[in-house]
Design a binder for this molecule. Structure first.
Ligand code: MG
Ligand code: MG
Length: 611
């Protein structure tokens, strides 16, 4: 499988983009014309640079508004095209993208478009150049790949074929199965982009919201499987423009982009099964995580978090044999408090672990995906856990799923082993991420852990809407809501707005809330307005509502069940939530999140735990 990336996907100068693409392991590039026009290097120098980097120039793009025009306009098209063909010869590019006409077309007739493409093909052929004709989703007359193929078929010229672009096909809801009717030799190029499901005009959707494969909701594995079944063996090329990637480091984006193709290759290989060509390899199957194994909170001084856990019924399981690290447990919930290499750091979620059937398979899979590994100094007597670095810097560990408790727990000594309490396990870990890593994080948890996006919400908060995407395992034993921090919050370094939180699943939450309150746990107060609103939303008996109000318990309900929960105050950059799901409730109490965000933003200082 040959990989390619359009230079429009990356930020920086054209030379920087070429270097980033090569370093990330791409085989070739599509040169986006404005990148070339703005480059200080000559086409000869760029050709030499690409060759030195081992990159082929697979496509030059785009040539616009070439067909469906009157004869006078077409004369101008031919003059313009010939100048570009001369340039392409110098650059060493022999394939040009021609988009369906969006502006100057006045003739809605396949025969006319085909005849014009044929004449363009004649001139291109003289330069040894071929034309890949692409139906744009917003083309004036030609906006469907099946029609662009019909026109190419009519043109019947060896230098004229189609370019298939997943965005233009899937954004319009066109069935990709028809791709299999196109002979492989007439598919000159394949461009790939994912996108979130949005309801907006297709041009803005394309310009601002394209995503790398695996980050959005398009069925790309299905589309590419149809392409591969034709026998197409040309490049799989990423053409992704959005507002984030244009502003972020090109080296990082290119690596991430390459990983998205590796994951897509896996999806296609699996879909094709025995039909898959030898050039496609599936990733090692690691299965989904069984549970959250532990969460780790790191700080110079973890005593405030310790106090909070104790008030919630956790017990100290022990101190690590060799490190300034302690383990607190309740039921199957394990919290590691780490003071190693933490000078000057406020409490924050630094790592979490998942339990998996066979850790070696996940290690192999992460390596195949080119995932950066996290390494810690370990000692001979210790169990070494493999770990990867998530895009936001959180470390993700994996260990063998154990019936009783994982082996690494035995490294902690001199604590109590009483583990009964209201808390049973970690229900979810809510990660608030800077806006520029959210897409990358979706792909990370999807490709490495096999989680899928099971929900998308916008939560109104005092700093604006907080976009949230929930990633879960199929059986919901692992749930990770990923929240995009509003940019203003990130810039001001507002701790509460950026706070991560760990939610513990418990039973008997009213008792826990009452007991914790008696012991002095500093629960985040819920305003009276919230309870008045609850009374309006749900037909709750008055005594039940009074109890919720008294205990600062938040409440939600869906068709399947109920959700009761309360929050602690924020310590540093972390807080806890205690939740009880009754029935099959699958949400996160979205109705209470705006209240929580407001309460946390309202002058709450880090370190406000009563002790
Ligand atoms: Mg395209
Ligand atoms: Mg109250």
């Amino acid at each position: 499988m040959k990989t390619s990336i359009a230079t429009v996907c990356l930020s920086g100068t054209l030379a920087e983009k070429l270097r980033a693409s090569a370093a990330a392991g791409f085989d070739g590039v599509e040169i986006f014309e404005p990148d070339l026009v703005a480059a200080p290097e000559s086409p000869q120098e760029l050709r030499a640079l690409a060759a030195r980097l081992g990159l082929t120039i697979d496509l030059y793009q785009p040539m616009r508004d070439v067909e469906g025009v009157d004869e006078e306009t077409f004369g101008e098209v031919l003059r313009r095209a010939e100048a570009k063909f001369v340039l392409m010869k110098t650059l060493g590019a022999d394939l040009v993208l021609c988009c369906s006409n969006v502006a100057t077309a006045t003739i809605d007739d396949d025969e006319v478009s085909a005849a014009q493409l044929r004449r363009l093909g004649d001139i291109a052929a003289r330069y040894g150049i071929r034309i890949a004709y692409e139906a744009l989703a917003w083309g004036r007359y030609v906006d469907d790949y099946r029609r662009s193929w019909r026109i190419v078929e009519l043109a019947d010229h060896p230098a004229v074929g189609v370019c298939l672009d997943s965005f233009h096909i899937l954004s319009r809801g066109h069935d990709p199965a028809g791709i299999e009717r196109i002979p492989a030799e007439k598919i000159f190029f394949l461009q790939l982009a994912d996108a979130p499901t949005l309801s907006m005009d297709v041009l803005s959707w394309s310009r601002h919201h394209r995503l790398f494969p695996g980050e959005g909701s398009f069925p790309l594995g299905d589309l590419v499987a149809h392409v591969v079944r034709t026998g197409y063996d040309g490049p799989w090329s990423l053409e992704v423009f959005n507002d984030t990637f244009r502003q972020t480091d090109p080296d990082r984006t290119a690596v991430h982009a390459r990983r998205s193709l590796r994951h897509l290759e896996d999806a296609v290989a699996r879909r094709l099964g025995a039909q898959a060509p030898a050039s496609l390899t599936a990733l090692t199957e690691a299965g989904q995580p069984r549970d959250i194994d532990f969460v780790e909170i790191k700080a110079e001084d973890t005593s405030q978090v310790e106090a909070l856990l104790e008030l919630a019924g956790f017990v100290p399981r022990g101190r690590h044999r060799t490190k300034p690290v302690t383990l607190w447990t309740c039921g199957r919930a394990r919290v590691v408090l780490n003071e190693q290499h933490a000078r000057g750091l406020a409490s924050h979620l630094s790592a979490f672990g998942v339990a998996i059937d066979d850790p070696a398979t996940l290690t192999a899979r992460a390596d195949e995906l080119g995932t950066p590994r996290a390494y810690r100094r370990t000692y001979a007597t210790e169990q070494s856990l493999d770990a990867a670095l998530a895009p936001d810097g959180t470390e993700l560990y994996w260990a063998a799923d154990a019936l009783d408790e994982p082996a690494w727990v035995r490294e902690f000594e001199h604590g109590t082993t009483r583990v009964a309490g209201a808390v049973d396990r970690v229900d979810h870990i809510s990660l608030t991420l800077p806006w520029q890593v959210i897409e990358e994080s979706v792909l990370f948890y999807r490709s490495v852990l096999g989680l899928s996006v099971t929900g998308t919400t916008d939560v109104p908060g005092p700093q604006g809407l907080m976009r949230s995407r929930v990633m879960s395992s199929t059986d919901r034993s692992v749930r990770l809501p990923l929240n995009v921090a509003p940019p203003a919050t990130v810039e001001r370094g507002h701790a509460a707005g950026l706070a991560q939180h760990v939610a513990f699943a418990c039973s008997g939450i009213e008792d826990l809330a009452r007991a914790a309150r008696v012991r002095g746990l500093d629960v985040l107060p819920m305003p009276d307005n919230y309870y008045d609103d609850l009374a309006a939303r749900f037909p709750l008996p008055p005594e039940r509502l009074a109890l919720l109000r008294e205990l600062d318990l938040a409440y939600d309900r869906d068709e399947a069940g109920e959700y009761l929960h309360f929050y602690t105050r924020t310590v540093g950059e972390v807080f806890f939530e205690f939740v009880e799901r009754r029935g099959g409730y699958d949400g996160f109490g979205a109705g209470s999140a705006p209240v929580r965000l407001t309460a946390q933003g309202a002058g709450v200082r880090p370190g406000s735990v009563r002790s």
